[in-house]
Ligand binder design. Structure first.
Ligand code: FPP
Length: 232
């Protein structure tokens, strides 16, 4: 992470993060259970991960499960966890073949032990990949910042640089663009620190309808923005 010089006009984005919102509304509009919305949400994830390399991105970060999502019904939490298990099982080989490096951010080690083991294995098996898929699991930005500040203090110094170096995202490129789908305009405790200089895009598309073309459009739009980083 870290600050970057004023580059004038927006250049190609390297790191895009997405708040994937609207699965429930997508399902409701069709009279389907929310679980089907989440299933279709996973398909949208898969389509997008396949597009990361051709679009020239180094990193795609997805908000899959927030630390607040535990407040949902037990059935829905189970559905989301099962989708995670299925997704890793079915897509791991493709990640390895396509050079996708998995990264998990958030307090993910407190998830069910079988998921933690599965993720550890997937992290290990994809460690040689060149494009990063970062998945936020049991993630909350305030908690991430508090953890980073605690570690920075233990090492002797709290500065923006030392906090930055202790964030879960410390080894990812600076965040260029943050997208939220479904028409909601808020950050919901996602990447609060990292978004300091990111461009933001809020689109009405519900997540299951989000296609690589939408991301390409967002990247084209990003390329026309002037990024100032506080300068003029
Ligand atoms: C928001 O829709 C979406 C989520 C809370 C979870 C996002 C999860 C997925 C796309 C599937 C799992 C991901 C992976 C990587 C396997 P919502 O339910 O809040 O929609 P609503 O606001 O319309 O009800």
């Amino acid at each position: 992470m870290g600050e970057r010089p004023n580059t004038g006009t927006g250049q190609g984005a390297r790191h895009v993060a997405i708040i994937m919102d609207g699965n429930g509304r997508w399902a409701k509009k069709r009279g389907l259970p929310r679980s089907v919305g989440h299933q279709r949400g996973v398909e949208a994830v898969r389509r997008l991960v396949r597009a990361v390399e051709p679009m020239g991105l180094d990193c795609l970060t997805l908000y899959a499960f927030s630390s607040e999502n535990w407040k949902r019904s037990e059935d829905e939490v189970d559905d989301l966890m099962n989708l995670m298990r299925k997704f890793i099982k079915s897509d791991l080989a493709e990640f390895i073949a396509n050079g996708v490096k998995l990264k998990i951010i958030g307090d993910w080690r407190s998830l069910a032990p079988d998921i933690v083991a599965m993720l550890e294995d997937a992290l290990e098996q994809t460690s040689k990949g060149t494009q990063t898929l970062a998945v936020a699991l049991n993630y909350g930005a305030q908690n991430e910042i508090a953890r980073a500040a605690t570690r920075a203090a233990q090492a002797g110094e709290i500065t923006t640089a030392s906090i930055d170096a202790n964030l879960d995202t410390h080894d990812l490129p600076p965040l260029d663009l943050l997208i939220r789908t479904s028409g909601e305009v808020r950050l919901s405790n996602f990447l609060l620190w990292q978004a300091a200089y990111a461009e933001m895009l809020f689109v009405d598309t519900l997540w299951p309808d989000f296609k690589p073309e939408h991301l390409q459009q967002a990247l084209d739009d990003f390329g026309t923005r002037e990024r100032r980083y506080g300068g003029r």
